[in-house]
Design a protein around this ligand. Structure first.
Ligand code: ATP
Ligand code: MG
Length: 216
């Protein structure tokens, strides 16, 4: 028996409800219609995203990554049912937890992302709002709506850059924390050093473009 309870979040693409399934806490992620799209096209796009997200979650779960277990798909309502990871978003933990606690968390996040990349899975939106830290202080990745299966170094480097950029925006310790993340990432994924080199290339490309813009 599935029960839908309170609404906990509303993002650009989805509304998230908390609920229960056989007494287990679950999350229902309902993809919203976009009014600016033609209804028939909108239905198709939401269905594709729903399928893609479900597929990536299952693939990630199969390789043993810390991701919520997918419990079901309600195609008619464009809704995913998944395990609720009980804990707090990384963003909020970073505001309250001491740096020493953050250090081991960041190394673990690096390992998780390394595991995905080693298996050619990219997250697509690796921000501090898409990592939940559970009660044992272990990181769980959520929100695979933009995830892909890809061998492309550029896509993997994009994950690193997104993570680095959001860290830089919110923490004065971003460099130390990112170094720990890298440590975990390289430990899990030997080719990860190449991904990191590629991330630096993208960064300098962006800096170059910004400079060109200023000259105009
Ligand atoms: N499995 C889960 N366990 C715990 N909390 C979750 C889970 N899934 C989602 N949440 C909560 O709901 C919020 C929004 O979920 P999610 O990131 O999947 O959606 P979104 O950002 O709106 O989606 P999209 O990026 O596709 O628009 C998360 O930041 C988190 O607080
Ligand atoms: Mg999100």
């Amino acid at each position: 028996m599935i029960r839908q309870k309170d609404r906990i979040a509303k993002g650009a693409e989805a509304i998230i409800y908390r609920g229960s399934f056989l007494q287990t806490p679950i999350i229902l992620k309902h993809r919203l219609p976009k009014i600016y799209r033609l209804p028939q096209i909108d239905k198709t796009i939401r269905l594709q995203r729903l399928r893609a997200e479900a597929r990536i979650m299952v693939l990630a779960w199969k390789i043993g990554a810390h991701v919520p277990v997918l419990l079901g798909i309600d195609f008619a309502n464009r809704t995913l049912l998944m395990e609720e990871i009980q804990g707090e978003l990384l963003f909020f933990i970073m505001n309250t937890a001491p740096l020493t606690k953050m250090k081991s968390i960041f190394k673990d996040i690096g390992q998780e992302v390394g595991l995905l990349h080693k298996n050619d899975i990219t997250h697509g939106d690796l921000t501090v709002f898409n990592v939940v830290i559970n009660k044992e202080n272990k990181p769980w990745l959520i929100d695979f709506g933009l995830g892909q299966v890809s061998v492309e170094r550029e896509k993997k480097a994009d994950d690193l850059l997104t993570f680095y950029s959001t860290l830089k925006a919110i923490s004065p310790d971003f460099q130390d924390l990112f170094d720990l993340f890298k440590h975990g990432y390289f430990g899990m994924y030997k080719k990860g050093r190449k991904t990191f080199e590629h991330m630096k290339k993208i960064q300098s490309r962006a800096r170059y473009i910004a400079r060109e813009d200023r000259l105009e």
